[in-house]
Design a protein around this ligand. Structure first.
Ligand code: 6PG
Length: 247
């Protein structure tokens, strides 16, 4: 443990994904015993692909999917058929391989008007995810981190989203200009469990600044993920964690 966060370093991205899949199975089965839905918001990008494919290919029938509700941490404002779509990727890697009620898959409608969809999605979240401290409280939020220290679609250029009073907001990728919809900082930090999945050498320097130094200049949104009452775990591969000293 380092501070209030737990950091685990795995030899390879495959080992990381394997371990995270087992953790996910455990969390879902534990919540199932309470008789209440397991609500999770998942990220897109490339890192989660391995994790999704392991669940979809190896454990498709172990989980009682009718008690699991998938939401997205963020989405690119494109249709599901677009290669950029986080929902499209998740459908290919996981959702197409499991039996889960349609009502349990809460996609962000990327092809809709972004401002209206951010509002609509906020309301959809509140219909299923219980509120705590005035914000939805997900059981688990799975995050990635970009090389610039962004997470969700909260970039160094729009850090105000870390303090937004909204549940979802629109965002713009600082390099590509791609419009996105994202959960805001207060929703992310309200989760019971937050897990970062970060792999690759290119992210090792930013990770070192965040985890070892605490990002004193507060430039990286990922460093501002500090759960109010929940837990924070970093699942790293050896390359991403190669510069860490404090663990
Ligand atoms: C997205 C993600 C984003 C992602 C990071 C890391 O929509 O792209 O939500 O926050 O997690 O950019 O992306 P990679 O996993 O592709 O490195």
């Amino acid at each position: 443990m380092t501070g209030n966060k737990q950091i685990m370093i795995f030899k390879t991205p495959e080992d990381l994904a394997e371990e995270l899949a087992k953790k996910f199975l455990l969390l879902v089965s534990e919540k199932d015993k309470t008789g209440t839905p397991f609500t999770t918001a998942i990220s897109g990008g490339s890192t989660p692909k391995l994790f999704f494919s392991i669940i979809g290919n190896r454990y498709p029938d172990i989980i009682k999917w009718d008690n699991v509700h998938f939401f997205w941490v963020d989405e690119r404002c494109v249709p599901p058929s677009d290669i950029e779509s986080n929902f499209g990727m998740t459908k290919e890697m996981l959702l197409s391989k499991i039996w889960i009620p349609e009502d349990n898959v809460h996609r962000i409608i990327g092809e809709a008007d972004s401002e209206k969809e951010a509002e609509r999605y906020s309301q959809e979240i509140c219909r299923t995810v219980p509120l705590r401290n005035g914000f939805p409280c997900f059981d688990l939020i799975l995050l990635g981190m970009g090389e610039d220290g962004h997470t969700a679609s909260i970039f160094p250029s729009n850090k105000y989203l870390l303090e937004s009073r909204k549940i979802c907001a629109t965002s713009v990728h600082p390099i590509t200009g791609q419009v996105r919809i994202t959960l805001t900082g207060p929703v992310i930090n309200n989760a019971r469990q937050i897990i970062f999945m970060v792999t690759g050498k290119k992210k090792s320097a930013v990770l070192q600044k965040i985890i070892d130094e605490g990002d004193p200049s507060e430039q990286f949104p990922a460093a501002r993920v500090k759960p109010l009452n929940g837990t924070l775990e970093w699942y790293l591969d050896a390359e991403a964690g190669s510069l860490l000293k404090g663990i």
